[in-house]
Design a protein around this ligand. Structure first.
Ligand SMILES: [Zn+2]
Length: 410
C-alpha cells in the first residue's frame, strides 16, 4: 500500500463542507465508542458497530448526508482503537492499556470505493455525497493515471495548518529486489548524536532541530501572550490577533515536521541501502525506558519518524529490520557483557572488567546489533500493535493518528 498526497483547491464553501464531513466522521466515531461502552455485556463487535452506523444515519440527518462507506470507515476507526485496547489487555501490557478516547480534534475523513469520482484527466476529484464538497482540483506531481481505479482503496481528506489535502491509498506491492550488501548494523539513538552505529559512525543531530525549537518556543510564547483567560472564562471569542498567532504557530509546526520527515527519510534510505540487516532499540516498549526516554525527548519525535521510514524502506527493499528491547543496552559492556553502571552524563563507556573503552552510544549500538542478531528467525519484530509502523501515513486502522500529522490542531 502506498499513499499519494495532493493538495486540494476549491472554494471556501467547499472547505467548510470538508470540515463538516470531518466533524460528522468524528461524531460517528464518538457515537460508536459510546455505544460500545454502554453495551459492554452484549458483546459489541466490529459488525455491530457497522450496523449501528445505519441507525445513526436514520436518526441524524447530518450523518445521513455522509457517504455510507465513509460512515463505516469512521466506525472502523473506532473499532481499531477498541481492538488495540483488547489486545493490550490480552497481552497484559504493563501500565496503561490505552482505553479508547473520545475524539476532539479529528482532522480527516475517509472514503472507501464510493462517494467520489476522479475526473477524466485525474486531476480533479468530485465527492458525490450530500455533504456538498463537490469538485476539488488536485495539486501535486504524482500521476494517478498510472494506476487502475480498483487499486485505489481509500481516499482521505485531511486538514492541515496550511490547507486541505487528499490522500489516495493505493494497493501496490512496492517491493524492489536488491543485491545483498553483506553488511549488518546496530543503531543507537544517541544522546549526543541523532544516531550512532556499531562501527563507530555517528550522524550528528541536524541543526534545524535546535533552530526550530527556538522558533517554535517563540511562536508559542507569542500565542500565549495573546490568549485572554478572561475571555476564555466568559466563553467569549479570542481576539483576531490570537487566532493569527495560533495559525502561525501551527504552520511552524507543520514546517518542522516536514523538515524532520525529509531528514529522516533520507537517512533511513541510506541506512537501508547499505545494509542487509538493521537492529535498533524498540523504544515503544512501555515502562522500560523511564529516564533515558526523558533525556531523549527532544529528538523523540524524530526517532519515531526515522524508525517508521526505516521499517518502510526495509520492507520495500527486502531488508531485515529488528526492534530489540532496550534493556541495559547502554549499561552492558559490548566486549565482555558485564554490567557497567553509568549515569546519563557519562559519555564514555570504560569497562573495569576487561578494559574496553568506547563512546557510550557506540557501545550501545554494538549491544543492539548483537541482540538483534540473536533474535533473527523469530517472528513479531513489529512491536507496535496491529499495524507495522512502516505503514507511513497509512492511518486506515490506526485510530486516525498518522505519523505525518504533527502540527497542533486548528
Ligand atoms: Zn568489559
Amino acid at each position: 500500500m502506498i499513499v499519494y498526497e495532493f493538495k486540494v483547491k476549491g472554494k471556501n464553501q467547499q472547505y467548510r463542507a470538508i470540515d463538516e464531513a470531518i466533524l460528522t466522521s468524528q461524531f460517528i466515531q464518538n457515537k460508536c465508542l459510546r455505544y460500545w461502552m454502554d453495551n459492554k455485556d452484549s458483546k459489541v463487535d466490529k459488525y455491530a458497530l457497522n450496523k449501528y452506523c445505519a441507525v445513526l444515519a436514520a436518526e441524524f440527518p447530518f450523518a445521513d448526508e455522509l457517504n455510507s462507506m465513509a460512515r463505516q470507515s469512521a466506525a472502523e476507526r473506532c473499532w481499531s482503537a477498541i481492538a488495540r485496547f483488547y489486545d493490550n489487555c490480552k497481552k497484559k501490557v504493563k501500565g496503561k492499556k490505552g482505553f479508547p478516547k473520545f475524539k476532539k480534534n479529528c482532522r480527516s475523513v475517509e472514503y472507501k470505493s464510493t462517494g467520489w469520482k476522479l475526473s477524466e484527466t485525474r486531476k480533479a476529484i468530485t465527492f458525490s455525497d450530500k455533504k456538498g464538497i463537490g469538485t476539488l482540483k488536485l495539486k501535486g506531481t504524482y500521476d494517478l493515471n498510472y494506476f487502475c481505479l480498483k487499486q485505489i482503496k481509500r481516499v482521505r481528506l485531511v486538514r492541515r495548518a496550511d490547507g486541505y489535502y487528499a490522500q489516495f491509498a493505493i494497493d501496490v506491492d512496492g517491493r524492489i529486489e536488491t543485491q545483498p550488501t553483506n553488511q549488518v548494523v546496530g543503531i543507537d539513538l544517541g544522546l549526543k548524536y541523532f544516531i550512532a552505529d556499531n562501527k563507530g559512525n555517528v550522524e550528528p543531530s541536524p541543526q534545524f532541530y535546535r533552530k526550530s525549537q527556538r522558533q517554535l518556543n517563540r511562536a508559542n510564547r507569542q500565542k500565549s501572550q495573546k490568549f485572554s483567560p478572561e475571555k476564555h472564562k466568559a466563553k467569549l471569542q479570542q481576539s483576531n490577533n490570537y487566532h493569527k498567532a495560533r495559525i502561525r504557530y501551527a504552520r511552524k509546526h507543520l514546517r518542522v515536521s516536514r523538515q524532520r520527515k525529509e531528514y529522516c527519510k533520507r537517512l533511513a534510505y541510506s541506512v537501508i541501502q547499505s545494509n542487509d540487516l538493521v537492529a535498533y532499540e524498540d523504544l515503544n516498549v512501555k515502562g522500560l525506558v523511564h529516564n533515558r526516554h526523558l533525556a531523549k525527548s527532544i529528538s523523540d519525535a524524530g526517532w519515531y519518524t526515522f524508525r517508521s521510514w526505516l521499517e518502510y524502506f526495509g520492507h520495500k527493499y527486502g531488508k531485515v529490520t529488528i526492534a530489540v528491547p532496550p534493556h541495559n543496552t547502554s549499561q552492558n559492556c559490548a566486549n565482555c557483557g558485564e554490567k557497567v553502571q553509568k549515569s546519563l552524563s557519562t559519555r564514555t563507556h570504560v569497562c573495569p572488567h576487561c578494559g574496553f573503552q568506547e563512546d557510550r552510544d557506540i557501545n550501545a549500538a554494538i549491544n543492539i546489533l548483537r541482540r538483534g542478531l540473536a533474535t533473527v528467525g523469530h517472528t513479531g519484530t513489529y512491536a507496535t500493535g496491529d499495524l507495522p509502523s512502516w505503514a507511513v501515513g497509512v492511518t486506515l486502522l490506526s485510530n486516525g493518528k498518522s505519523v505525518n500529522v504533527e502540527s497542533p490542531p486548528l
